[in-house]
Unconditional design. Structure first.
Length: 318
């Protein structure tokens, strides 16, 4: 019964968060100096023309009235059309959503396994040269913000070495070429993984070190079990719940990091589209993507919580 109450509370909390976030984001867009009028690239538009275009799009109404119109449409399942392209929002986001999904899922898998493998190396060879060199490089990457790390990738691999593409999802005419799409994915993927690796590595390492002092681990070593079996089975299984729960807790920062990386590399994903829609005050697209991002974060947390309970039912992260 307690679990049901917690679930109901989380649903209501999520709904309230989405309502509050939607109004605040709508208000920020409303009071920004941007305008959909300039989306065509024509910066020389008379004030009269600008006001007439905005009036035709109902953008001349007060904040509360505009928000009310948008909210009523959402409740009816109508997410509107883009003020820039005239395309339905749901059809517009299909391709960017797929690209963001590919980028985030692959980077999460790489980040998860890389942090565990490197953390095991650091624990097995604790305070050795290997441990220190791994920590030095990962902390160096962590010290750089994602946009700076992205620019370094662009300079090294795009301008100096000229071996990898630095923008877009694929070359024009090669949209169905998987190899070409993979080449465009490498730099955003590397930037996203390296910018988050240090913190995930430290969490995994701390969890492994803590597990070494557990009684059942000491008993396993006392029974003469090999290091591979103790580390690979007992320690990893004990620590996995903590590591996965942290992945869930860092969902917001990870998704925001992915959006920054997409914008730097002009990678046609949710983040890139969101920034474009905010710059040009494309309300329907911007608001839908903001709400979608909140749902993605909550879904991320839900999946990690379920995985933790499956791996170790005794742990309670509710």
């Amino acid at each position: 019964m307690n679990g049901v109450k917690i679930s109901i509370y989380k649903v209501f909390a999520t709904c309230f968060l989405m309502f509050l976030s939607s109004f605040l984001c709508f208000a920020m867009l409303y009071y920004s100096k941007a305008s959909v009028v300039f989306a065509s690239g024509n910066d020389v538009v008379s004030l009269e023309t600008k006001n007439r275009i905005e009036a035709n799009l109902n953008l001349d109404k007060p904040l509360v009235e505009q928000y009310k119109i948008w909210l009523l449409k959402v409740f009816k399942g109508d997410f509107g059309t883009s003020l820039i392209s005239g395309e339905k929002v749901l059809s517009l986001i299909v391709e960017p959503l797929k690209n963001t999904f590919i980028l985030t899922i692959i980077s999460l898998f790489i980040l998860f396994f890389l942090s565990i493998v490197l953390a095991l190396f650091c624990v097995v060879y604790q305070d050795s040269f290997i441990d220190k060199i791994i920590n030095f490089f990962t902390l160096s990457f962590f010290a750089l913000p994602p946009f700076a790390l992205a620019l370094i990738h662009i300079l090294i691999f795009g301008f100096f070495l000229k071996i990898l593409p630095i923008s877009g999802v694929s070359d024009i005419g090669f949209e169905d070429d998987l190899l070409n799409r993979f080449e465009h994915l490498i730099l955003p993927l590397s930037t996203l993984v390296l910018s988050h690796l240090a913190i995930f590595l430290r969490i995994a390492r701390a969890s492994f070190v803590e597990s070494l002092n557990q009684v059942f681990i000491l008993n396993a070593f006392a029974r003469g079990l090999s290091k591979i079996r103790v580390y690979g089975h007992f320690i990893l299984k004990y620590s996995l719940g903590v590591i996965i729960s942290y992945f869930g807790a860092s969902a917001l920062s990870f998704i925001m990091g992915a959006y920054v990386v997409e914008s730097i590399f002009s990678y046609n994903g949710i983040g890139f589209l969101m920034i474009q829609s905010i710059i040009f005050k494309d309300y329907p697209v911007a608001m839908f993507l903001i709400m979608l991002s909140i749902l993605m974060v909550n879904f991320f947390i839900l999946i990690s919580t379920l995985l933790v309970k499956i791996i170790n039912p005794r742990l309670n992260y509710a």
